[in-house]
Write a protein that binds this ligand. Structure first.
Ligand code: IPE
Ligand code: IPE
Ligand code: MG
Length: 254
């Protein structure tokens, strides 16, 4: 049993030697390695995805408990459509079920759901459940849980450029006024802070088209465990390591 189950938030932070101010405001996670986890055990890949839902649940609850402001989870990339139809169908079904089954936990934890990515291409039954959970949680003011579904970082930039070009064409935007704020506000993540900490599981050291603009100064933390094995202790270790990093943003020490 993780030590956290019997601890208060303050006790956990004290045990880890953390101050609330040293926590990341926004954690983004590339949940990778479901297929490998299953294959290593002679199971079908989808079994890894199924087990991965348990890690999502644990991570959401632990982030809420620790007072993290936002958690963004990479659930499906645009590039993942290259996978076999059967795997995609099962992923869609898991997603639909998650959006229904987690409503109680979302409401109990005062979580506000957000979704980023292109809606086109998603099955209507997934979109319906998504809209219901978004609507149900819209007035919650606790942690923001942002699911990146059918998301691509380059596609997001393409969509933003199209939007800004339309506004310029219609005379609503002077191209000389385009700056980083205007671009950030045209992205799917408008109104969200940039991630401070980017976690990737299963050992791979790449960003796989995730939040390309937003992770400019995120601290990257790679876990060797596959996503189905990711537990509270790994998250806590990432927070301890994060607190020790020195973020310089191009400036000089201290
Ligand atoms: C991550 O696990 C989940 C998704 C991309 C949907 P993978 O399915 O990529 O698992 P590996 O990386 O093949 O082990
Ligand atoms: C990134 O994992 C996408 C998600 C976790 C949803 P991938 O497994 O698709 O990334 P690559 O193919 O190893 O770069
Ligand atoms: Mg993978």
């Amino acid at each position: 049993m993780p030590a956290t189950e019997s601890e208060s938030q303050e006790q956990t932070l004290e045990r880890l030697g953390l101050e609330p101010e040293s926590l990341p405001r926004h954690i983004a996670v590339i949940m990778d390695g479901n297929g490998r986890w299953a294959q290593q055990r002679g199971l079908p890949r989808i079994e890894g995805h199924r087990r991965g839902v348990g890690s999502v649940r644990r991570t959401v609850e632990e982030c809420c408990r620790l007072g993290i402001g936002q958690l963004t989870l990479y659930c499906l990339s645009q590039e993942n459509w290259k996978r076999p139809r059967l795997e995609l169908d099962l992923l869609m079904e898991l997603l639909r079920r998650y959006l229904i089954d987690e409503r109680d936990t979302i409401m109990k934890n005062n979580v506000r759901l957000q979704v980023i990515g292109r809606r086109e291409g998603l099955p209507p039954e997934v979109i319906d459940e998504m809209n219901r959970t978004l609507e149900m949680s819209r007035d919650n003011d606790g942690m923001v849980l942002c699911l990146a579904i059918n998301y691509g970082g380059r596609a997001e930039i393409v969509d933003a450029v199209r939007e800004l070009s339309r506004r310029a064409r219609d005379g609503q935007l002077d191209p000389e006024d385009v700056d980083e704020t205007i671009i950030a506000e045209a992205l799917y993540t408008r109104d969200m802070p940039d991630p401070d900490l980017l976690i990737r599981t299963a050992g791979e050291q790449r960003v796989s088209n995730f939040l390309l603009w937003q992770i400019s100064y995120a601290e990257i933390w790679v876990a060797s465990v596959c996503w189905p094995e990711f537990a509270e202790e790994h998250l806590q270790q990432s927070l301890v390591d994060f607190a020790r990093r020195e973020r310089r943003y191009g400036g000089l020490n201290g």
